[in-house]
Design a protein around this ligand. Structure first.
Ligand code: HEM
Length: 281
C-alpha cells in the first residue's frame, strides 16, 4: 500500500552541507494535538506501556504540580473543543498524576520544562514512544545537557535553542519536525533495557521512516513550557517513489558523526540505494 507520510522533513535537507536547524513554524493552536487513524491503537499501547514500565515512561519533579494541572486542563479543553464528536465527555483520570492522565488521552508524548535558578530545566514527562533516549536520565537537566548526546547539536544550535525558548510566549506557539529511519515499527524505544531487543541485520525493506511532529508552547499562568512529540511511522516499502528518492538524498547528505547518532552509519548507504532501486531510479 503506497502511503505518503503526513510530513516529509527529509525533503528540506540540503545536499552536501548538512546543519541542524531550529526549523520552527508558527502553530495554530487549533492544530496543537493531532488525532490520526492510529489513535485507538496508540492510546492502548500507552496504557500497556504505563502498566508494564511506569518508571521508564513517566517521571516528574515533585514541585511542578501546578504546571502539570495547567497543562492537563488545556489538553482536556482542546479535545472537548476541537474534537467534540469524539471527546465531548473526556475527563482526566483523577487517580493519576495530571501529566500522566493527560498523556494517556492523546497520541503525543509530553515533556514539561520549568525555570529554576535562571535555567530552563526538564521537569518531567509522559513519554511512551521515545526515539532511543531515556526520560529519567533527562530529569532536572538543562537543554544543553538534554541535547548533549546529539552530535554537533549544541555547537551548531545550543545558544539559538536557549534564546528561542526564553523568548517563547503563550501567544506564539510553534511546531517543528524531526526524522529518522529505524529497524523496527515498535514505538517504544527507550535505552534502559525494557524495549524489545533490536532486530539483527534488518534488511532495508524492514526499516521504517519515523517522523516526529513536535510542538512548543508556553503556558500563561505558571509560565512553564510544554514540548509535545507526535511520532508518525511509515514502512519504507510503502513510500511513493518521489518520497523514497528524497529520503535517499537526505540519507546521503548526513555527515558521519550525525549518522552515528541516528544509528544509520552502517546501514544508511544500503537503505538509500535500496530506496532508489525500489523507486526505479
Ligand atoms: C526548538 C528547539 C529544539 C530543537 C531545534 C531541537 C533539536 C533536536 C535535534 C535535532 C535532535 C536530534 C534528533 C534527530 O533528528 O535525530 C534532538 C533530540 C532530542 N531533543 Fe530536542 N530540540 C529542541 C527542543 C527540545 C526540547 C524543548 C526538548 C525537551 C524538553 C528536547 C528534547 C530532546 C531529546 C530528549 C532528544 C533526544 C536526545 C538523546 O538522544 O539523548 N528538545 N533535538
Amino acid at each position: 500500500m503506497i502511503s505518503r507520510p503526513p510530513h516529509e522533513p527529509y525533503r528540506e535537507v540540503p545536499e552536501g552541507t548538512f546543519r541542524w536547524r531550529l526549523g520552527v513554524r508558527p502553530l495554530d493552536l487549533a492544530d496543537w494535538l493531532v488525532i490520526t487513524d492510529h489513535y485507538t491503537h496508540e492510546v492502548a499501547e500507552k496504557a500497556r506501556i504505563m502498566a508494564a514500565h511506569p518508571n521508564t515512561a513517566f517521571c516528574v519533579l515533585d514541585d511542578v504540580e501546578a504546571e502539570c494541572v495547567e497543562i492537563a486542563t488545556a489538553v482536556v479543553d482542546h479535545l472537548r473543543h476541537h474534537h467534540p464528536d469524539r471527546f465531548d465527555q473526556v475527563e482526566l483520570d483523577p487517580s493519576l498524576h495530571p501529566l500522566d492522565a493527560a498523556g494517556r488521552l492523546i497520541q503525543e508524548d509530553l515533556v514539561v520544562m520549568v525555570e529554576r535558578d535562571n535555567d530552563l530545566i526538564f521537569a518531567g514527562g509522559s513519554v511512551c514512544f521515545p526515539n532511543r533516549w531515556d526520560l529519567r536520565s533527562k530529569l532536572g537537566r538543562t537543554m544543553a545537557e538534554v541535547h548533549e548526546p546529539v552530535t554537533d547539536l549544541n555547537a551548531q544550535l545550543g545558544d539559538t535553542v536557549d534564546a528561542f525558548l526564553r523568548r517563547l510566549t503563550p501567544t506564539k506557539p510553534v511546531w517543528r519536525l524531526g526524522w529518522g529511519v529505524l529497524d523496527t515499527d515498535d514505538l517504544y524505544q527507550p535505552l534502559d533495557g525494557t524495549a524489545e531487543p533490536r532486530p539483527i541485520d534488518a534488511s532495508p525493506a524492514a526499516h521504517h521512516l519515523r517522523v516526529e511532529r513536535e510542538t512548543l508552547r508556553r503556558f500563561p499562568e505558571t509560565g512553564c513550557i510544554l514540548f509535545t512529540i507526535h511520532t508518525h511511522l511509515t514502512p519504507l516499502v510503502d513510500l511513493p517513489a518521489d518520497s523514497a528518492t528524497a529520503l535517499a538524498s537526505a540519507l546521503d547528505a548526513i555527515p558521519t558523526g550525525i549518522a552515528e547518532y541516528k544509528q544509520l552509519d552502517e546501514t544508511g548507504a544500503a537503505i538509500a540505494n535500496w530506496l532508489r532501486e525500489s523507486a526505479g531510479v
